[in-house]
Design a protein around this ligand. Structure first.
Ligand SMILES: [Zn+2]
Ligand SMILES: [Zn+2]
Length: 261
C-alpha cells in the first residue's frame, strides 16, 4: 500500500491511498486545481483513483467535490447522513453517491474498507480503516474525544493518520471567540496534542510502525510541539520504534510505502 497525504488542516484535507489494484482519495477539501497539482508534485496518477470516500460534510473535507467528480472517473462514497449534508450544501451538483452503512465493511479498488463512528459536530462523521496487501491503515482526523469504537479501530494497524489538532494553552491564548474555543475543546470538536498522545500511549498496537499527526492547527499548535508530545508519550510506552511525522497544510507528504512487518 502507498499513502500520500496531499493536505491536512482546517483549510483543506485530502489523502491519496493506493493498493496494487487501484487508488482512493479520502476527503476532497482542496480545490480541484490544487488536488491535481499536488498529485503531480507527488508523482501520483489521478487516473488510478477509483473512489473518493468522505469522512464528514465540513467544507475543509469536501469543498472540491462538485468540480472534482466531473474530472475524476471515480465513485463517491459516504454514509447517508454525510451524503445528505453535502447535497444540502451543493444542491445543484447532483452528486452520484454510493451510500455505505457505518460499521458495515465493503471492498473497493483492492481495499477492504471498515468504517467507524467518531465524535464530531456533523451529521454522521466516520473514520476509516483501509486494508490492502496485508496492511491496515487507520484514518481519523476530526474527533473531539476517543470512543471505544476509535480504540477498537486502531487494533492491528500498521500505520495511522490521527488528529493532533491543538495545544490547549495556545488555543486559549488565540484570538478565537470563546464559542469557537469551547467548540474545539468539546467532545465533538478536535483532539488536542495531549489527548492524541494519551490515546497512543495506551493503545498503540504492537504492529504500528508509522504515525502521522493530522489536522494540526496553524494558529493553535506548533508541529515540533505536537511531535514532541507524541514522542514523549510513545517513549513512556516503550515505543520509540514508531516513526512519527507531522502532516502539512501547505504541501503533500512524502509517498509512504506501507508493507507488512
Ligand atoms: Zn476538518
Ligand atoms: Zn470537521
Amino acid at each position: 500500500m502507498r499513502l500520500c497525504v496531499l493536505a491536512s488542516g482546517s483549510k483543506g484535507n485530502c489523502t491519496y491511498v493506493e493498493s496494487s489494484e487501484g487508488a482512493l482519495l479520502l476527503d476532497a477539501g482542496l480545490n480541484r486545481t490544487e488536488i491535481v497539482h499536488r498529485l503531480a508534485v507527488a508523482q501520483l496518477d489521478p487516473a488510478r483513483i477509483r473512489g473518493v470516500l468522505f469522512t464528514h460534510e465540513h467544507d475543509d473535507h469536501c469543498s472540491a467535490i462538485p468540480v472534482l467528480h466531473r474530472y475524476l472517473d471515480a465513485e463517491l462514497f459516504a454514509n447517508g447522513g454525510t451524503a445528505e449534508a453535502i447535497d444540502c450544501a451543493h444542491p445543484d451538483a447532483a452528486l452520484p453517491w454510493t451510500i455505505f452503512e457505518t460499521g458495515r465493511p465493503f471492498d473497493l479498488a483492492g481495499f477492504h474498507i471498515e468504517t467507524f463512528s467518531v465524535s464530531h459536530d456533523t451529521a454522521e462523521p466516520v473514520g476509516y480503516v483501509l486494508c490492502a496487501d496485508g496492511v491496515r491503515l487507520f484514518y481519523a482526523t476530526d474527533l473531539g474525544c476517543i470512543t471505544p469504537a476509535v480504540a477498537a479501530a486502531m487494533t492491528g494497524c500498521t500505520a495511522a493518520v490521527l488528529e493532533s489538532n491543538h495545544d490547549p494553552v495556545l488555543l486559549m491564548e488565540s484570538k478565537r471567540t470563546r464559542h469557537l474555543k469551547n467548540r474545539i475543546l468539546g467532545d465533538t470538536g478536535h483532539l488536542s496534542n495531549e489527548q492524541a498522545a494519551a490515546f497512543m500511549e495506551q493503545n498503540a498496537p504492537d504492529t504500528l510502525r508509522l504515525l502521522l499527526l493530522a489536522h494540526v492547527s496553524q494558529e493553535c499548535n506548533v508541529p515540533s510541539l505536537a511531535k514532541s508530545v507524541m514522542r514523549d508519550a510513545l517513549h513512556r510506552a516503550g515505543r520509540d520504534d514508531i516513526r512519527v511525522e507531522v502532516l502539512s497544510q501547505e504541501s503533500p507528504s512524502e509517498v509512504f510505502t506501507l508493507a507488512t512487518n
